[in-house]
Ligand binder design. Structure first.
Ligand SMILES: Cc1cc2nc3c(=O)[nH]c(=O)nc-3n(C[C@H](O)[C@H](O)[C@H](O)COP(=O)(O)OP(=O)(O)OC[C@H]3O[C@@H](n4cnc5c(N)ncnc54)[C@H](O)[C@@H]3O)c2cc1C
Length: 336
């Protein structure tokens, strides 16, 4: 029988205030633990992959390429997002394709569940800006999306409200911390976990009031899942490439593809103002699956790859269940 590692006086230190660490800190603080969340960057969080993310909460769409464990964690996480941040938009998401990608579109429909097929009129009723743009679309009504740059500060506020402490500008080393340590350093944890790699995702932020969308629109593309995500105040995020490289910035080729894709979703995007080019490194293990690694009182939560926003809440819940009750989830946890 596994011993639980909770002690009444055990502090819980969490390293990294990206989406993984933020959810860990929130659930542990709410459960009454003395939580300190250490983040080496500042409040802007520009060093975190989480800062650059689309923030789609799309367990059904992701099932096209991801393992069933991602759907399981994702579906549970949708409940936790609803519980903790009830204003999270759950407007669903749309998948569209141009005629030359017809076969890939049909394959996407076969590989995924919980969608409705819309004809052109149905699509226009849902998103009037897309009237006449596509013959049909897949609508996934249960999916949601968050704006990472707004939701991370909200989570940080909730951690403080639950009694946790957040230290920005705090670059810490796990072995120097007392009590339970939860390492959520993303790609920076490669100093200890050599098998971690960064998968570069590039994005572009544009602004226009010529197009209004209420939900993310994915465009079937032969190489990458490209999408347009509406933000507040007429902003749209165009994302995201998926490249096995760890450099920063956005290549001309990627920019052409992302901007071209947006232009084919709606020509009015051609007149939009470009506000920002950026990229982040998704932390991934060789199998692209998340892992909670347990070694004594040190726990590592990493490998969230392209699903950090989708699965971080459920990973935090599993970590808490382990610390409090010794509960092991064999699909996600590895004990040393
Ligand atoms: C372009 C793009 C689009 C994406 N779109 C989506 C999407 O739509 N939906 C989705 O679910 N996921 C998406 N992702 C994936 C998601 O962003 C990642 O899975 C997630 O951000 C990983 O979060 P993390 O907290 O593990 O790492 P990070 O966000 O990188 O956070 C790690 C933090 O640890 C800090 N840190 C490192 N070392 C130390 C130290 N020694 N002391 C203190 N702090 C330290 C870093 O400064 C950083 O802030 C996307 C990613 C990209 C790049």
């Amino acid at each position: 029988m596994l011993q639980t590692i909770k002690r009444p006086d055990s502090p819980v230190s969490i390293i990294g205030a990206g989406i993984a660490g933020a959810w860990q800190a929130l659930l542990f603080a709410q459960a009454g633990h003395a939580v300190t969340l250490h983040e080496r960057g500042d409040e802007a969080m520009t060093d975190a992959a989480s800062h650059w993310a689309g923030g789609m909460l799309a367990p059904y769409c992701e099932a096209e390429i991801a393992e069933p464990i991602i759907s399981r964690l994702g579906l549970r996480s949708l409940d936790l997002w609803r519980r903790e941040l009830p204003d999270t938009p759950f407007n669903g998401s749309l998948v569209v394709a141009h005629p030359r990608e017809r076969n890939d579109f049909e394959r996407f429909a076969r590989m995924t569940e919980d969608h409705r097929r819309l004809d052109a009129a149905g699509l226009a009723a849902l998103e009037p800006s897309l009237e006449g743009r596509f013959r049909d679309a897949l609508f996934f009504p249960a999916e949601g999306h968050v704006e990472p740059r707004r939701v991370l500060p909200k989570l940080h506020e909730r951690i403080k409200a639950a009694g946790g402490t957040i230290r920005f500008g705090s670059d810490v080393i796990a072995s120097e911390l007392d009590g339970i340590v939860i390492d959520c350093r993303g790609i920076s944890a490669r100093d200890e976990q050599k098998e971690l790699r960064g998968v570069k995702g590039e994005m572009i932020l544009i602004e226009t009031d010529e197009v209004q969308l209420a939900r993310p629109v994915r465009l079937i593309h032969p190489r990458w899942p490209l999408y347009v995500i509406p933000r507040e105040n007429g902003l749209f995020m165009l994302g995201a490439t998926s490249i096995e490289a760890e450099d920063t910035g956005v290549s001309v080729r990627s920019a052409l593809e992302l901007l071209g894709a947006a232009y084919t979703v709606h020509p009015a995007f051609g007149e939009a103002r470009i506000l920002e080019f950026g990229s982040g490194l998704r932390p991934a293990y060789p199998d692209n699956l998340p892992r909670i690694g347990i070694r004594d009182r040190k726990i590592s939560v990493n490998g969230l790859y392209r699903h950090g926003f989708l699965i971080a809440p459920a990973l935090a819940e599993l970590t808490l269940a382990y610390v409090e009750r010794g509960q092991i989830d064999n699909e996600v946890m590895q004990c040393a």
